[in-house]
Structure formats: C-alpha cells, structure tokens
Design a protein around this ligand. Sequence first.
Ligand code: T3D
Length: 271
Amino acid sequence: SESLVLVTQTGAVRTLTLNRPQALNSFTTEMHGELLAALDAAASDDAVRCVLITGAGRGFCAGQDLTDPAVAPIRIDGVMAPPEQQPDIGALIEATYRPLALRVQSMPVPVVCAVNGVAAGAGANLALGCDLTLAARSASFIQAFIKIGLVPDCGGSWLLPRLTTRQRALGLAMLGDKLGAQQAADWGLIWQCVDDAELPAAAMALAQRLAALPVKALVETRAALDAGAASGLDDALDNEARLQRRLGRSADYAEGVGAFFAKRAAVFTER
Ligand code: T3D
C-alpha cells in the first residue's frame, strides 16, 4: 500500500508530504505513525538541515479523519450511549496530536510548512506550529473544532494567543470561519502568502536558505523566543547569556566571524 507520508530529500532539505489526498490528508492513526516516524528519522539524520511539510492534492490537511471508528460517537438504537461508553478522545489526543505538536515544535532543525490548500482543525494547528509557514493564495485556515463541540488542539490553544491578538484568536476559535491565506499573513499568523504556482519553489528556496544557516542557533532562537514569550526580562536575559555562552564556543560561530572578516560566504556545518 502507498505511503501516507511521502519522504524526499533535496540537498539538505527533507520534504514530508501528507498523502491521503482523497480525504484531504486528514489524520488517521496510521498517518500519525508515519509522520512521527518520518520526523524522528529527519531529527536523527545529520544530512537533514531543514524539514519541509506539505500536502498532496488540493488540501493541506483536514484535521482528524472523522470517519475513524476511534472517534465515532456511540449510539444504541439511535440513542446516545452514556458518556463512559463514548470514545476517549482525550486518550487519542495524548497518543497522537500531543506527540506530534511536541515533535514539530522541538525539531533539532528548522521546520518550514507549505500550505497548499485548506488546513482545518488539527491540520491548521500543525501548519501554524511550524517555524515559518508559507501558504498558497487559495489556501485557508479553519479552527473547525467548535463545529464539532471541541476546543483547538494540536497545540492550538498555545499557539493562537501567541500568534495573534486575544480578539482574533477568540474570533477564529469561537466562530470556526475560514481564514484566507492573505488575511492569515496580514494578521501575522503565517510568514507569507504566495501565488499558488509559486508555492513549491518559494517553500523550497526558503527551506534551502534555512538549511545553509547555523542550524543549532536557529533551533535555540526558536526555543529562546518561545521561552521569552512566557518569562520576565530577567529570566530572558539569563537565558540569553546561557545560550550565547554555549553557541559562542561552537564551530559555526568561528566560521561566521571568520567569513565576515574574510568577506566570503559562511559555510555552516554544525547541527
Ligand atoms: O474526535 C476528534 O475529532 C478529535 C480530534 C480533533 C482534532 C481535529 O482536527 S477536530 C477537526 C476535524 N476536522 C474537521 O472538522 C474538518 C472537516 N472538514 C471540513 O470541514 C471540510 O471538508 C473542509 C472545510 C476541510 C474542506 O471543504 P471542501 O468543501 O473543500 O471539501 P469536502 O467536500 O468537504 O471534502 C472532500 C472530501 O474529504 C469529502 O469526501 P467525499 O465526499 O469526496 O468522499 C469529505 O468527506 C472528506 N473529508 C474532509 N474532511 C474530512 C474528510 N473525511 C474525513 N475526515 C475529515 N476531517
């Protein structure tokens, strides 16, 4: 059977393509397993200096596959079974979306997302949780959870208030309306909206650019900004000193300084 996540390598960029196009790349347990395994493999492969996530077909990802029996409400003779007989969606979340969000947001390399079409529910929050997200002009983001009586998951409750204002975060999560790619960019939720035909090349160029930068420092930059958003100035300054102490002793630092004075392009190799 065909892979649910296609894996290709272009130079130092590892591209992971969600591949259930007939169901808008919605998540099954199997696709979760393949995506997490592909992310783990990229994390432990020194040949990978950037990961690029995208989707096959006309959608990016429609979130949880709602036809999965694991999330199907139980009715007996047409009547809702009692709560204790209903599926434990919390257990599913802890086994799948939680490790996915943690894995994406703690990758030891930068993560670019190319949103090729609609990104709904957990699919939207997968995209928003990447480091730099590009979207095709025709793509859109939908916090669809409210339409099925749920709250934003896959890190959405953490991401939304960091990415935008309280009013916009609440508006998106409470109304579940479709947000177009251009407006997502205007609101600062994503890095950039590009013309549909430009998306693959623009995303690959961005990924190649990140792959040529000092990867350790990129990853510590992500961690420092995430920590900074939740700490006071004093703690942030302590953290900066700790990180600079470590990074300042690295080969990439020496290479960057050397290249500056030699007036040549730096070649960063650490990971
Ligand atoms: O229990 C839990 O769910 C816990 C997990 C939570 C995490 C979550 O992600 S919750 C949110 C789940 N996702 C949704 O609620 C989104 C549902 N999908 C949609 O609202 C729409 O499909 C879209 C807005 C994403 C796209 O609309 P449109 O008109 O472009 O496409 P479509 O015709 O609705 O969908 C195309 C096909 O994909 C269609 O199948 P068909 O009729 O061609 O055989 C549709 O049923 C299927 N599809 C779309 N989304 C899902 C899906 N199949 C299964 N699960 C889906 N989420």
